[in-house]
Design a protein around this ligand. Structure first.
Ligand code: NDP
Length: 542
């Protein structure tokens, strides 16, 4: 049985993929199957490394400062040309012309370029601002946030922590999975922005001023966001005016669902095929290299045709808008099937509740950018099927049920259900908005009263407010709403409760996945958060 050489929590030096440079890393875990170690660099980057790419601290000699090639001024010069980049990005060109006759000198120069580009930048997911990184695994709690967000002080990571193996090995092409994809994506956006280097101390700290061209703020989720919903509403209104038989959709519900399934499969095959050519930088952290698994989870993180983001589009437009259109069709079908002049109270509640949910999602569509679907999962069959089939055809199930199973609701019962729905909605919306606002701008004065835990990635975790109540208050609110959607259908059948049962299972599983990722990402800081906020979704229960 193979044994592991390094223990969890051990601080060692790990090779940066594609280079012969070693940086200080912490061992997070070890997979006995693949024999890979998950390690964390000081900038928060997590990689899987082979044992042969990890060395104990004692195997290294620190490089002496003061040599020609490592002088701070020279590095400064090279940085001004290369700009700040993530460690994973390859070098573009040699920064000095080395004499052909001085092979060793060239090799040295190449190493230096890598070192310059390996300076960690810790980026926030929003706002194009750069966070403060101090190089320590911090776990201190604070509620006074730093106020300068346009500057970054990188630690002595790149300057002081260059280590070389006594025997340098050649540049290797390696297979590693880079986890913090969001940072990569934001870096691409940062590429389009202007960065300017300002003063710095002699060797230890570097200060970069990032002049960002702020995009003009847009409301309603941007031009095509909410307008897609308004356009659809206009089309449905016109269909009603022109007496288009929308009842047809109810009568052919299964056929429509099957057609949507075919679309989802075709889309997944296309996504799978194009992912074969996708650069490694564009692959999802969830992808594994196994063809079947990747077909399901999605290999490419955010596949785009030009600037058109396929995943973002499918997550919000066809599924969500299709869902409320189908609900409306069911409302009309109920009136027709049950010969009613008006829809039933139960049907009105189901339609209004779910309409509110969809309108809220489209209105706050920016919040989608910090969800797991966008940041972690690839775009494959799971999301394609979920977006195009599951959401519109399964989530409309309560309305579908009411067409053939009338349930007369009393006003007091309806009032209680409305109160439940509003309670769930307030928790859901406030929790999501609080986290989104915090991720967008941790220095937002409106959030100044909240307590946070600092993490070694540079990002903070909220430990008070909604996120101090339970670890997933947004899931709690979502589940309360799900129950409120089912209750108008009465208690004579389990089917209207399918959604709330399925959704509970989904969110419990999702919470476990997120927990796993956060533990890897934030390490001890996450454990401290879990101690402070012991319940995951349901206070005092789970
Ligand atoms: P969340 O929006 O809850 O995002 C989880 C992430 O939030 C974590 O990975 C972490 O990312 C960050 N985070 C966690 N704890 C904290 C904290 N204390 N302080 C600051 N940041 C924290 O996850 P989901 O993407 O799963 O859900 C988004 C919404 O979508 C939820 O409301 C959910 O109910 C809903 N949903 C609805 C579905 C449906 O079918 N109706 C399906 C799935 C989800 P980081 O630190 O990197 O920012």
């Amino acid at each position: 049985m193979p044994t592991r050489r390094f223990a969890d929590g051990e601080v060692v030096r790990g090779r940066w993929p594609g280079s012969s440079l070693y940086y200080e890393v912490e061992i997070l875990s070890h997979d006995s199957k693949s024999q890979l170690y998950t390690v964390k660099y000081k900038d928060g980057t997590e990689l899987e490394l082979k044992e042969s790419d990890i060395k104990p601290l004692t195997s290294f000699r620190q490089r002496k400062s003061g040599s020609a090639s490592s002088s701070p001024s020279r590095r400064r010069g090279s940085r001004s040309r290369s700009r700040s980049r993530s460690p994973g990005r390859p070098p573009r060109s040699s920064r000095r012309s080395a004499s052909a006759s001085h092979q060793a000198d060239r090799k040295e120069a190449r190493k230096e370029i890598l070192e310059v580009k390996l300076t960690p930048l810790v980026l926030k997911p929003f706002g194009n601002s750069i966070n403060r990184y101090n190089g320590e695994p911090e776990h201190r709690e604070k509620n006074d946030l730093p106020h300068k967000t346009t500057q970054v002080h990188t630690g002595s990571f790149s300057l002081q922590e260059k280590f070389h193996l006594p025997q340098e090995s050649s540049y290797l092409s390696t297979q590693y999975s880079l986890r913090p994809r969001r940072e990569e994506i934001k870096l691409k956006e940062i590429d389009a922005q202007e960065e300017k280097i300002v003063t710095e101390g002699p060797t230890s700290l570097r200060t970069f001023e990032v002049t960002t061209k702020q995009p003009k703020e847009v409301e309603f989720g941007g031009v095509p966001g909410f307008y897609a919903f308004i356009l659809t509403s206009g089309l449905v209104g016109a269909s009603l005016l022109w007496d288009v038989e929308l009842y047809y959709v109810y009568n052919h519900f299964l056929q429509f669902a099957l057609a949507a399934t075919v679309w989802a499969v075709v889309l997944s095959v296309y996504l799978c095929a194009r992912a074969l050519k996708a650069p490694r930088n564009d692959l999802s952290p969830a992808s594994s290299g196994n063809a079947i698994y990747d077909f399901f989870i999605g290999r490419e993180l955010n596949p785009r045709i030009g600037t058109f983001d396929l995943k973002y589009f499918c997550e919000l437009r066809p599924g969500l808008i299709g869902w409320v259109v189908i609900n409306l069709v069911m409302l009309l079908a109920e009136m027709k099937v049950q010969n009613r002049a008006f829809p039933s109270l139960a049907m009105i509640l189901v339609n209004s509740f779910q309409l509110l949910y969809v309108v809220d999602a489209l209105w706050n569509e920016e919040a989608l950018l910090t969800t797991m679907d966008i940041t972690h999962d690839g775009f494959g069959f799971m999301l394609a099927f979920g977006d195009l089939v599951w959401v519109p055809f399964i989530y409309s199930f309560q309305a579908f049920y009411l067409v053939a199973h009338p349930n007369e609701l009393s006003w007091p019962a309806a009032s209680l259900i409305v109160a439940l729905k509003l309670c769930g909605f307030i928790i859901f919306r406030c929790a999501n908005s609080q986290k989104n606002a915090f991720r967008k701008n941790p220095n937002d004065p409106k959030l100044a009263h909240l307590k946070t835990i600092h993490t070694s990635t540079g990002k903070n975790l909220l430990v008070s407010g909604w996120w101090g109540f339970v670890r997933h208050p947004n899931y709690l609110g979502d589940l309360i709403m799900a129950l409120a959607w089912s209750l108008p259908c009465g208690f004579s059948h389990i089917l209207p409760y399918f959604y709330v049962i399925y959704f509970t299972a989904l969110l419990v599983h999702r919470e476990a996945r997120d927990e796993h990722h956060c533990k890897r990402k934030y390490g001890l800081a996450w454990e401290k958060y879990c101690q402070r906020v012991p319940y995951r979704i349901f206070p005092h229960i789970y």
